[in-house]
Design a binder for this molecule. Structure first.
Ligand SMILES: C[S@@+](CC[C@H](N)C(=O)[O-])C[C@H]1O[C@@H](n2cnc3c(N)ncnc32)[C@H](O)[C@@H]1O
Length: 439
C-alpha cells in the first residue's frame, strides 16, 4: 500500500504497530504527508509486527480498520488468553493483553479526557478488576437451527460468536449454550430472538431472552434444568437506561430473582434485570472508596444521597456506616429492592425530578452513578444548590465524566482524587471515580 487506499479484504503485510487507540486497536501509519494512511489493527499492540486483513475503510479520514491475522511476530504485550475463540474479540479487544499495559492504557484514557477540558489533576493508578463478569449480553444472528450469540465486530453488522467468553464463568457460559441449544431445537432464529442475556447470582444463573414478539413456543420448552429461570421480554415503552435489559416481561418460568455476586450479608434479593456492575470485585473497591470519601468528616446520623442508586450498592454501604440515606432510582424493580433496605428512604423517580425530596433531606454528601450520558451541566448546577460538601461521582463514560467534573469545578468544588477502575476487564472501557469537595 502506498498512496492509494486498500480495499476491504486486502491483506496488509508487515505492519509495525507502535501505538494503541481509545478502542484498544493497535495503530500504525503507512506513507507520509497527505498520502499517509492510518491503520487501526484489531488484535495488535505496540511491539507487534503483523499481517492484517482490511475490514472497514473511512476514505475521507484515510483511516483503515484491519484485523490481525498473525500469531507469529506478536510482541511482548500478548499473554495467555482464556477465551475459547481466536482473538481479537469483538467485545474484549484487550483480552489476553499484559495487565500492566491495560491498566496504564485505561489511566491514560482518563488523563487525556480530563486534560482536554483543562482539568490538570493527578490521576491515580487504575484499580484492577477480577476478570470475571456476572452478566453477559449477547445479540442474536445466524439462521433458524444455527443461532449465533455474540457481539458485533466493531463498526460492522457482523456478529461474532461469544458463547465461550473468557470473562464469564463456566456456569454462565453453560447456561447460554443450553438456552441456545433449545432455541436451535425449536428453530427460533434471529427473526424471533433479538438477544440473550444471562446473569450469575450467588444461587445460580437466570436468563432473559429478548424476543422480537411473543414466544412462539411455551417458554418451559426453552428452560434448561441447570438454569434458575427464563424470562421472555419484548420491546416496550417501559425501558430503563442501564437496567440489564429493556422492554416488558411477556412470560417467565422458574426463579428470576437472586443475590448479586459480591453482595454483603442481609442484602436484598433482586430481579434479574436490575442493574449490576459487570465485575463484582472491582465494584466493591469502587463503592468503598466512594463511601469512605463522602462520609469523611461527617457525623453518624447525617444525611447522604445516593443518586441513580440501582439496587443500592452505595446506599447500603452508607447505612453500614450509620448514615441516613435517600436513594433515587427510576427503575421500579430496583427502587422496590431499595425500599426493602433498612435505613434507606427510596425515591422512585428521575433524579432530574427529585429536587424537592433532595432539598428536604439536605444531604451533606452525595454519591452519583449516572448512566453513560452522565449528569449533564444543568443537573450539576441543581445539585450544587444542595448543602453537600462532598461528592463522589462515578462515570462510565470518561468524556461525560470529565464534563461533569468541570461543571462541579466551575461551581466551586475542587478535585480531591480521580481513580480509574477496571470494571470491564478485557474491554477498552474504563470507569472513573472522581472525588470532589468544597469548604
Ligand atoms: C450506572 S447504574 C448505577 C447503579 C448503582 N449505583 C449500582 O452501583 O448498582 C445507573 C442506574 O440509574 C438508573 N437511572 C437511569 N436514568 C435515571 C434517571 N434519570 N433517574 C434515576 N435513575 C436513573 C438506572 O435504572 C440504573 O439503575
Amino acid at each position: 500500500v502506498s498512496d492509494s487506499l486498500p480495499v476491504v479484504g486486502d491483506v496488509l503485510e508487515h505492519l509495525v504497530v507502535d501505538a494503541v487507540d481509545d478502542e484498544g486497536r493497535g495503530r500504525c501509519v503507512l506513507g507520509q504527508g497527505a498520502q499517509a494512511i492510518d491503520i487501526a489493527v484489531r488484535g495488535a499492540f505496540p511491539g507487534d509486527v503483523v499481517a492484517a486483513r482490511v475490514e472497514r475503510i473511512w476514505a475521507s479520514r484515510r483511516l483503515v480498520q484491519a484485523r490481525s491475522l498473525s500469531a507469529a511476530g506478536e510482541g511482548p504485550l500478548h499473554k495467555e488468553r482464556a477465551c475459547a475463540h481466536r482473538g481479537p474479540c469483538a467485545a474484549c479487544p484487550l483480552h489476553g493483553v499484559d495487565e500492566g499495559f491495560v491498566l496504564a492504557f485505561k489511566r491514560a484514557r482518563v488523563e487525556r479526557a480530563f486534560a482536554e477540558l483543562g482539568l490538570v489533576v493527578d490521576i491515580e493508578d487504575t484499580v484492577p478488576g477480577s476478570g470475571q463478569r456476572q452478566k453477559v449480553k449477547l445479540v442474536a444472528a445466524g439462521t433458524p437451527g444455527r443461532l449465533l450469540l455474540g457481539h458485533y465486530a466493531p463498526h460492522s453488522h457482523d456478529v461474532v460468536d461469544a458463547t465461550g467468553c473468557g470473562h464469564a464463568d463456566d456456569e454462565l457460559q453453560d447456561a447460554v449454550r443450553a438456552v441456545r441449544q433449545r432455541l436451535d431445537a425449536h428453530r427460533l432464529g434471529p427473526a424471533v430472538v433479538a438477544a440473550v442475556i444471562a446473569r450469575r447470582f450467588v444461587e445460580g444463573v437466570a436468563v432473559v431472552i429478548v424476543g422480537t414478539g411473543p414466544p412462539p413456543v411455551p417458554l418451559a420448552l426453552l428452560w434448561p434444568e441447570t438454569v434458575r429461570g427464563v424470562a421472555w421480554r419484548v420491546p416496550g415503552a417501559a425501558q430503563s437506561e442501564n437496567a440489564i435489559v429493556g422492554g416488558v416481561v411477556h412470560q417467565s418460568v422458574g426463579e428470576l430473582r437472586g443475590t448479586s455476586l459480591g453482595a454483603a450479608r442481609g442484602d436484598p434479593v433482586v430481579e434479574v434485570d436490575t442493574f449490576c456492575q459487570a465485575d463484582p470485585v472491582s465494584a466493591q473497591v469502587l463503592v468503598q472508596k466512594a463511601v469512605d470519601f463522602v462520609v469523611d468528616q461527617s457525623q453518624p446520623g447525617e444525611a447522604f444521597a445516593d443518586l441513580y442508586a440501582g439496587t443500592g450498592a452505595f446506599a447500603r454501604a452508607l447505612v453500614d456506616r450509620g448514615r441516613a440515606v435517600v436513594a433515587v432510582e427510576n427503575f421500579p424493580a430496583s427502587a422496590s429492592a431499595l425500599a426493602r433496605v433498612p435505613g434507606v428512604q427510596a425515591v422512585c423517580a428521575r433524579v432530574e425530578e427529585a429536587g424537592q425530596e433532595l432539598a428536604s433531606f439536605a444531604p451533606v454528601g452525595i454519591v452519583a452513578d449516572p448512566p453513560r450520558k452522565g449528569l449533564g451541566v444543568p443537573l450539576v448546577q441543581a445539585l450544587v444548590g444542595l448543602p453537600a460538601r462532598r461528592v463522589a461521582l462515578v462515570s462510565c463514560d470518561v468524556d461525560a465524566g470529565a464534563r461533569d467534573v468541570q461543571a462541579f469545578v466551575h461551581a466551586g468544588f475542587r478535585v480531591a482524587a480521580v481513580i480509574p477502575v477496571d470494571l470491564f476487564p478485557g474491554s477498552a472501557e474504563v470507569e472513573v471515580l472522581t472525588l470532589l469537595l468544597r469548604d
